[in-house]
Design a protein around this ligand. Structure first.
Ligand SMILES: Cc1ncc(COP(=O)(O)O)c(C=O)c1O
Length: 411
């Protein structure tokens, strides 16, 4: 398969490196894909497809890292936003009535949601959750498990973060209740446990809760008067309209939602029990110039109504099952070399050190072949499925995956 023409991407990137630290930010940098093989700039998208600045069209399996739950340029959502801009405007000094509508919608669907507040990014929401928990309990320590954004208390690269902030944040391993219990026992001043209810660490396989894990976390938090926070930025409005808490029937005290709640518009939410959320009446503070803007709220209301009306989450689950069923027949052959994880929602392939196969090379070839076959996928981050992925798209993805495994692993 021939290498893609990526001249325009590369020229833009070289230019950007002179005026922007790293050219592009964080996870979008080429080293997170296959350098030299990956596009660096997209110019547009429609449905399940994206087009780069060299006019290569890809079947997109990354869905903008999660927000694109329906599809790119989805008429119903974008038109609602355009109408709102035309008829109402973008930015005001006061809150607009649509705000209450979205709060009521979240109350209807999310088990822990008695009150909500809206912010712009997932990092805003998780940080607001941590502040609420600290303010409510009067304690400082946080125990976390998963990626929660770029703010000081949770950023993975700790450059520029005061040691005093890091000292108050402890970690535990997903599905390991004993370590969590031991950490709580050793630290009497824990305000909150925050975790992603489905584990999706960068570069590692996706994991689901085992042996009643979430329920046991709930219990240990209750016993120790610790606020339990589910970070549902990825699982929210994807695995269920009520999030993973609904799917697994474990209700946290607070939860954060973002990404899929607005099909790409910039909004996230902190939701939770009234008693804790009420710290933001007086005891704690949150506000920002853009938090109350109506357009992202309209996008979210329209997206959630679209998800309900079209049974989108069931459709996505069926599509995920379609992928899973075919892979279940292919993957056993590659046991110990390459593993599929992510169930019906977050497809991901991880490669392992092995005696017979150069796994680093196999992995590189595997992801290179996807790109050369115009399937846009990440080497470090799981994929997603959207409503606009057709069964033809999925067959294309699966056929290329099967061929790709044979070619890159050698059998
Ligand atoms: C589970 C989780 N929490 C928080 C965040 C941070 O969200 P944002 O990138 O919108 O700040 C992310 C982003 O990927 C996430 O996956």
């Amino acid at each position: 398969m021939e290498k893609l023409k990526l001249n325009n991407s590369n020229i833009l990137y070289e230019d950007a490196l002179k005026v922007h630290p790293g050219g592009v930010l964080g996870i979008r940098r080429p080293y997170n894909f296959i350098r030299g093989e990956t596009p660096i700039y997209f110019k547009k998208g429609k449905g399940s497809k994206v087009i780069d600045v060299d006019d290569n069209e890809y079947l997109d399996m990354l869905c903008a890292y999660g927000p694109i739950i329906i599809g790119y340029r989805e008429g119903e959502i974008d038109n609602a936003v355009i109408e709102y801009i035309k008829n109402n405007g973008v930015c005001f000094s006061l809150t607009q009535p649509v705000h209450n509508e979205l709060s009521n919608l979240l109350n209807q669907h999310i088990p822990c949601c008695e009150m909500s507040l809206f912010v712009k990014t997932g990092s805003d929401a998780t940080s607001a959750a941590i502040r609420a928990a600290r303010s409510y309990t009067g304690k400082n320590k946080i125990i976390r498990c998963g990626y929660h954004g770029w703010h000081d208390w949770c950023v993975e690269n700790t450059g520029g973060v005061p040691q005093s902030t890091l000292d108050d944040v402890l970690t535990f391993k997903y599905n390991d209740i004993e370590t969590l219990k031991a950490t709580i026992k050793a630290n009497p001043d824990v305000a909150a446990v925050i975790l992603t209810p489905i584990n999706h660490p960068l570069g590692e396989k996706v994991e689901f809760p085992k042996n009643n894990f979430l329920k046991l976390v709930r219990d240990v938090c209750d016993e120790n008067k610790i606020v339990l926070i589910f970070d549902e930025i990825r699982s929210g409005f994807r695995v269920d309209l009520g999030g993973a808490q609904k799917l697994y029937n474990v209700t946290p005290d607070l939860a954060t939602f973002g990404k899929a709640m607005a099909n790409g518009y910039s909004i996230a939410a902190l939701v939770g029990k009234k008693e804790i959320m009420q710290v933001y009446e007086k005891k704690a503070f949150i506000s920002a110039t853009y938090f109350e803007n109506g357009i992202d709220i309209i996008a979210s209301i329209t997206t959630i109504n679209f998800l309900k009306k079209n049974n989108v989450l069931l459709d996505i689950k069926k599509k995920g099952k379609y992928i899973l069923d075919r892979l279940n027949s292919i993957m056993p052959k590659y046991e110990g070399i390459c593993e599929y994880s992510g169930g019906e929602w977050m497809p991901f392939f991880t490669f392992y050190q092995n005696k017979t196969v150069n796994y680093k090379l196999a992995r590189k070839n595997f992801f290179t072949n996807y790109l050369r076959n115009k399937i846009f996928i990440q080497t470090m981050h799981h994929s997603y499925i959207s409503y606009r992925h057709s069964y033809e798209d999925l067959d294309n993805f699966l056929n290329i995956t099967e061929d790709n495994l044979k070619k890159s692993i050698g059998f």
